[in-house]
Design a protein around this ligand. Structure first.
Ligand SMILES: Nc1nc2c(ncn2[C@@H]2O[C@H](COP(=O)(O)OP(=O)(O)O)[C@@H](O)[C@H]2O)c(=O)[nH]1
Ligand SMILES: [Mg+2]
Ligand SMILES: [Zn+2]
Length: 365
């Protein structure tokens, strides 16, 4: 089978980055030190070259990830090797992956890239799941991460067929929690809203679907792919193996054009070097804060605080203010961890330089 690189999202602006004797390939999936890639001449299982492994050992962000464009090189024995990861136009980074490590260290500020070169980030939140209703705080968090990735968030309220009464109100609440973000109701089972979703992928764009386990992500991906690519959490009668959940992030080229990355439910997504993402999600609070009497207002008890006034008048829901505080604290914490790591790297670099200077001094003729 052969693939048209353009339909995989390739742009010729990347050609200049290809090392000599390599061809481009898109990473469809990664699996402990190896990747499934799609190149013009088909799909290949590739190992990483020595320098890709070295770079990744130094900084996990350098590891190939789903959605990456890679340069692959043909080895003498006829297999390909992944030789370089081309620069990412967008990257969805999860922070705090090392939060609880064996030595008791808590978070070194290093991130892990979950997906790269993603144009659209679908944030899937079930309208109703078991006894829970849509979780606005989770939507705010994922939308902040989506903005931060460089992609465009779109919120999908899934399983809309389970929620006929009050759906409009729910969509309004979600729209208020994610200003400036498109919000759609989708029922993959009824086929409602699916065409709207696929329209975002026109022009061979790449999307990722995020959201809690059971949100209906895989069912949606199946609907987009006209069925049959991802296994959903249905009990499989054929082999009696029960529930099957998505365990890999996987890039799927869709028959109608565009590509979509299905993801397993993310239990805990920390913020990583969040700068604008939180501000964008809470643009309403940001705007209010600009109207506070004092420039350094903490919005706790200060006179002339526009945020507290909006809270009082009911214009700003208390839930939203609390969510904002929580995400801000977290973003600050991650930023401080990252600063600490960078500072340590700087110190180590200086130590090496000093050692070399001393050696040079000693060996002076
Ligand atoms: N009622 C209803 N159920 C859905 C819909 N989409 C998915 N589901 C069900 O929700 C469960 C979880 O779906 P799945 O796609 O595996 O969720 P994922 O964990 O987010 O990938 C399955 O039992 C699906 O049949 C929908 O549009 N309506
Ligand atoms: Mg799934
Ligand atoms: Zn204030």
């Amino acid at each position: 089978m052969s693939f048209d690189l353009i339909s995989l999202g390739w742009t010729d602006s990347r050609v200049a980055e290809l090392p000599s004797d390599t061809v481009p390939a898109r990473v469809a999936r990664v699996d402990r030190g190896a990747a499934e890639v799609i190149a013009a001449d088909g799909q290949h299982h590739v190992k990483y070259s020595a320098h890709v492994r070295r770079a990744a050992a130094e900084n996990p962000v350098e590891l190939p990830c789903v959605g990456d464009w890679a340069a692959i090189r043909m080895l003498p024995e006829g297999r390909y090797e992944l030789d370089a990861v081309l620069s990412r136009t967008t990257a969805f980074v999860r922070g705090g992956v090392n939060r609880v490590s064996r030595g008791g260290l808590s978070g070194d500020g290093q991130g892990q890239v979950l997906a790269a070169n993603v144009d659209i980030v679908f944030v899937a939140e079930p309208s109703m799941h078991a006894t829970d209703f849509a979780d606005l705080g989770r939507i705010e968090r994922l939308v902040a991460l989506a903005w931060e990735s460089g992609g465009t968030p779109v919120v999908l309220i899934t399983k809309s067929d389970l929620f006929d009464q009050g759906l409009e109100q729910l969509l309004d609440d979600v729209a208020a929690a994610a200003p400036g973000v498109d919000v759609h109701a989708v029922s993959s089972i009824m086929g409602e809203g699916v065409e709207l979703v696929s329209a975002y992928l026109e022009g061979s764009r790449t999307a990722v679907v995020l959201g809690p386990s059971g949100a209906g992500k895989s069912t949606l991906v199946n609907a987009l792919a006209d069925g049959g690519v991802m296994e959903t959490q249905q009990v499989r009668a054929a082999d009696g193996r029960g529930r099957h959940t998505t365990v890999h992030r996987e890039l799927i080229p869709l028959p109608g054009g565009g590509l979509v990355i299905d993801t397993p439910g993310i239990r805990r997504v920390g913020l990583y070097q969040m700068t604008d993402g939180v501000d964008l999600v809470f643009s309403d609070i940001d705007e209010l804060a600009g109207q506070c009497r004092f420039g350094d207002c903490g919005h706790t008890s200060e006179p002339g605080c526009a945020v507290l006034a909006a809270l009082e008048s009911g214009e700003l829901p208390e839930r939203r203010l609390e969510s904002w505080r929580k995400l801000q604290r977290e973003a600050e914490w991650m930023a401080s961890r990252t600063d600490a790591r960078l500072a340590k790297e700087r110190v180590n670099r200086w130590k090496t330089i000093h050692k070399e200077m001393r050696r040079a001094y000693k060996n002076r003729p």
